[in-house]
Design a protein around this ligand. Sequence first.
Ligand SMILES: [Ca+2]
Ligand SMILES: [Ca+2]
Ligand SMILES: [Ca+2]
Ligand SMILES: [Ca+2]
Length: 367
Amino acid sequence: MKPAAGMLASGAVAAALLFAPGAEGAVLEPADDFAVGDQPESVAVGDFNGDGAKDLAVANRGDDDVSVLLGDGAGDFDLDDDYTVGDEPQDIVAGRFNNDPDFDLAVANRMDDTISILLGEGDGTFADAETENVGSSPRSIAEADFDRDGRRDLAVANFNDDDVSVLLGRGGGEFRRVADRKVGDTPRAVEAGEFNGGKGRDLAVVNDMDEDVSILLNKGEGKFGSRRDFGVGAMPFSIILGKFKPGGGEDFAVPNSADNNVTVRLGRGGGRFGGADEFEVGANPFFVEEGDFDLDGNRDLVVSNFDDADISLLLGNGDGTFDMPDDYAVGTNPIGSFVSDLDGENGPDVVVTNSADDDISVLLNEA
Ligand SMILES: [Ca+2]
Ligand SMILES: [Ca+2]
Ligand SMILES: [Ca+2]
Ligand SMILES: [Ca+2]
């Protein structure tokens, strides 16, 4: 770690004592929990019924379905309905996949090598799932308009195939699988980002066995160049892209579940990254998201710690370094998380899936 980060650590210890969860000055309020299905692993956010309040969709790996929870705009959620998807859904994204303004859902099903598309009706309900084939053991799904035709597209990380399937949206909620691009060994997570200001959104893929991130730059028309790999730590699980320091392209943060830390590498533009810095988090960190939680203009990180039943909030310093974490209790074995302003005040809030409790935790921001 850079000397500057070490200097900040002593001040951060004092801050951690002051900002204990639930205490005055804490950034996040104590969690409220809401029941979902069996073994929830991933959550997506959107306004599914068009009432201006954010809603939630949770992929339940143990139930092979998706729970939809409608929000009241103040941080409360009601379970509305469950929708059958494929075998062991692992990841879910919300987006607009057909030609109406309503949010739809896309789900990666790890055991039957498919994705499920659930088209939204605009009233909080969804049509029966349509199925598309992808590679072997899809673990993660990302959405963006990769070919810039105005239709949203999908990228899926196939864990057993060491590749990423690219599916271009055709409108109407249908997709055409145009390519499987090679990445590293056992890709576990994929995100769409912008690394070179080029021809559309690029891809960042986390490779478990290789302990690195493959960057694939968009060449236009939904085609991607050869991968360039950047090392992270042991058993990396997920990735978030953001601007943790001004300049360059997007930066990335990756939790290393076997190292109990997060690797941050700063974008230099052109799809290249600076050296790795590590920041300590809790035990067995799985998911990372980003947002400006204390509203100081610097982007912060939030990480779910699977073995600790909590999340770590690392406040950013705006120079690519982060303070020591403040931890907030959630449920048992938290995995997926999503950051969004769920109550329309006080900046971004956090929702976390507790895979062993069959519920989700919502932590509202009180900054
Ligand atoms: Ca809503
Ligand atoms: Ca497109
Ligand atoms: Ca901040
Ligand atoms: Ca909020």
